[in-house]
Design a protein around this ligand. Structure first.
Ligand code: ZN
Length: 268
């Protein structure tokens, strides 16, 4: 599932490819991915509008138009963008496309169609993102801030840092990785994390996300992109020796129903 580094990569790539282009047509094949608009409304709002920026907020790729309209794409499991000129590169998994004024098409492709393509006015967008937690790669994400967050909860630390309303962008892969780096047991009650450990966890979250963006993210199943998969220390390594202490990495679903990988010896 694309998390912050993967969506950041998708947004940066798309920005380079379509910024400045004007939408000349909208074709929707699978309306079930749409939110906030019917195909007709999407057409009415976007045709004639220029794309000014593609950027990321949390796990959303956001497309800004010159009218102030915004589209937020949440790729979830299998969503991705395809930009093509000739019809090659588009397939039955392309849910919709925006025809661009240079003859290319911007497709939203989604095999499982659990992702969404949501149209917002500026005001609706502000209301939507105001419910999300802060961005971990921005200056306000400090050890003290994280410590205060953890102190207020008795939930296990892992699902807490994955809660998009508390902290944006961290999902299952990078939560496991950051907790391994910080040597914190993912099942621990958040309130028991010390100020020093919170500082280590903050640094681990920032470093693991930053390093992954450098490598264009992680390649896990459908998200065929980056090279960070080779760098994972915990995630997807059940039964492999911990790179710090040699103990076998354990996989559990007992914490939050999701796959959690950790070292039972050096994560305390
Ligand atoms: Zn270990």
């Amino acid at each position: 599932m694309p998390e912050l580094p993967e969506v950041e990569t998708m947004a940066r790539d798309l920005h380079k490819r379509v910024r400045g282009r004007t939408v000349v047509g909208v074709t929707v094949h699978k309306p079930d991915v749409l939110r906030g608009a019917t195909p007709r409304k999407l057409q009415r709002v976007l045709v004639g509008r220029r794309i000014v920026r593609v950027w990321r907020r949390a796990k959303l790729a956001v497309i800004d138009f010159d009218s102030g309209a915004r589209v937020a794409v949440q790729p979830r499991f299998t969503g991705s963008f395809v930009v093509e000129r000739s019809g090659r590169g588009a397939d039955q998994y392309c849910t919709l496309h925006l025809a661009l004024d240079d003859g290319r098409r911007l497709h939203y492709r989604d095999v499982r169609r659990l992702g969404t393509f949501q149209l917002f006015t500026p005001k609706e967008f502000e209301a939507y993102v105001s419910k999300l937690g802060p961005e971990p790669l921005e200056a306000g994400f400090t050890g003290d801030w994280l410590y205060e967050l953890l102190q207020r909860s008795i939930r296990p630390v892992k699902p807490l840092i994955m809660d998009q309303h508390r902290l944006a962008g961290v999902g299952n892969i990078y939560a496991s990785e950051a907790l391994w780096r910080a040597k914190i047991d993912p099942s621990r009650s958040a309130r028991t994390v010390s100020r020093k450990e919170a500082e280590l966890l903050r640094d681990a979250i920032v470093s693991v996300l930053g390093e992954s963006i450098e490598l264009r993210g992680t390649t896990i199943r459908d998200y065929a992109e980056g090279a960070f998969a080779d760098k994972l220390d915990a995630y997807n390594r059940a039964g492999e020796p911990c790179r710090r202490c040699g103990t076998r990495i354990v996989l559990t679903h007992a914490i939050d129903g999701r796959a959690t990988y950790f070292c039972p010896r050096c994560q305390r």
